[in-house]
Design a protein around this ligand. Structure first.
Ligand code: NDP
Ligand code: GDR
Length: 386
């Protein structure tokens, strides 16, 4: 009798016949990036091209252009022919992922693709789970299906949103998780399936638990960029007031460019003795500082010489420009979340010790760079898609 447990395991379809021998395989430096059109994807592409990688990116079909952050890389194509490729695909489409994996035969896969907006995840909970949780499984399974478990390293974009409701401060790789949004819960599945595939199939698969990181390329619906764009618009008399939600939330904000390097370091085996069988491990990337949203607002207005005076509290809180007396910041409860993550503060000691990674850009420098970039954009009437 069949005991219900012993179905035959077939070898993966492409292994090992269609693969180049490992020595030859690993001489290639070929990255596949999901989420290449996002903030992090664009910086990572620049970084990897500089390092001599061939970069393949997965883009979604969209009715408008979603490649604004990559245009400059296309323009550089003649300097690096055949080094940068975009392919249509989607984390909800397993067939496309397997097809791309089998054709590209990457040496490193970076899973940055996600429905990444926490507030939106409350409206699109099922979709967020499909892309952020099951999408990660689909990508890992595409690697396995193609027989690449030993040939390809995998980076998962995990997040400080896993910590959610405060259990411990500062938060490190050993802090318990308590996600507070459908986004956080979906990313929790992705975190564990990455570890499971590492343990079950011996894959080099790691989680980077990254705290918030920002830049002039940050999407405009995230709070930092919403603020810096509004400061520029208000300064140029194109907008009257900035409407925000929870001003008390505290975040550990770094610069995206610094965090990209950390992602790459995690896949290079830094600090690990792989020959001695040491398993890959997960890392927190953070600055080790936290700041309330209110402080980000003050600093951003400070860059254009505006001092704020706050009054009221809760939904009635507002801020006036001390010189003009005009109200320039108000609270709108529509931006509150059904459940909030009040405090994030990361401890990056493990990454500093094992990867030699350290953030370079300080909080004030980040705010200044973002406001100045938005001022230039507003003055030049640049309506970016970010
Ligand atoms: P963005 O929102 O800027 O970019 C998300 C990317 O995912 C975009 O390229 C988007 O494509 C793509 N994407 C969305 N849905 C799908 C899908 N169904 N299939 C394939 N691709 C899809 O995010 P960031 O660059 O800021 O973040 C990168 C990753 O890191 C995300 O996974 C995010 O959750 C995570 N993260 C981010 C942090 C941060 O502070 N920035 C901190 C910790 C983790 P399109 O352009 O077409 O929308
Ligand atoms: P977060 O980033 O939720 O931390 O997720 P976001 O910038 O959206 O919010 C940060 C904090 O600011 C408060 N807030 C507002 N947020 C937005 N978006 N808009 C507002 O008007 C507003 N007013 C106040 C929020 O309530 C929150 O407390 C980001 C994303 O990049 C995730 O993908 C990533 O995993 C985490 O960072 C780490």
């Amino acid at each position: 009798h069949w005991d219900g447990n012993s179905a035959s395991e077939l070898p993966a379809p492409f292994a090992p016949l269609d693969l180049p021998p490992p020595e030859e395989y690993f001489q290639r430096k070929v990255a596949l990036i999901s989420g290449i059109t996002g903030q992090d994807g664009s910086y990572l592409t620049e970084f990897l091209l500089e390092k001599g990688y061939t970069v393949h990116g997965i883009i979604r079909r969209s009715s408008s252009f979603n490649t604004g952050r990559l245009h400059h890389l296309y323009e550089d194509q003649h300097e690096r022919p055949n080094k940068f490729h975009l392919h249509y695909g989607d984390l909800t489409d397993s067939t496309a992922l397997v097809f791309l994996m089998a054709r590209i035969l990457p040496t490193e896969v970076y899973n940055l693709g996600a429905q990444s907006h926490v507030k939106v995840s409350f409206s699109l909970a099922e979709y967020t789970a499909d892309v952020d949780a099951i999408g990660t499984l689909r990508l890992l399974d595409a690697i396995r299906t193609c027989g690449l478990t030993k040939h390809c390293r995998f980076y998962q974009a995990s997040t400080s949103e896993l910590y959610g409701l405060v259990q411990e401060v500062p938060q490190s790789e050993t802090t318990p998780f308590y996600p507070r949004s459908p986004y956080g819960v979906a990313k929790l599945y992705a975190y564990w399936i990455t570890i499971n595939y590492r343990e079950a199939y011996g894959m080099y698969a790691v989680n980077g638990i990254l705290f918030n990181h920002e830049s002039p390329r940050r999407g405009r619906t995230f709070v930092t960029r919403k603020i810096t764009r509004a400061v520029a618009e208000i300064h140029e008399n194109k907008q009257a007031c900035l409407w925000l939600g929870n001003l008390d939330a505290q975040r550990d904000w770094g610069h995206a460019r610094d965090y990209i390097e950390g992602m790459w370091l995690m896949l290079q085996g830094q600090g690990l003795d792989l020959n001695a069988g040491q398993a890959p491990t997960d890392f927190v990337l953070a600055t080790g500082e936290t700041h309330p949203v209110r402080e980000f607002v003050e600093k951003a207005f400070g860059v254009v010489g505006v001092t704020l005076a706050w009054s009221g509290s809760g939904v009635d809180e507002e801020a006036r420009d001390v010189k003009t007396g005009k109200v320039v910041v108000k609270v709108d409860p529509q931006y509150f979340r059904p459940a909030e993550v009040e405090l994030l503060l990361g401890n990056p000691a493990k990454a500093e010790r094992m990867l030699g990674w350290k953030r370079q850009v300080k909080f004030d420098e980040l705010v200044k760079e973002m406001v100045e970039a938005d001022l230039t954009a507003v003055r030049n009437f640049v309506e970016d898609q970010n």
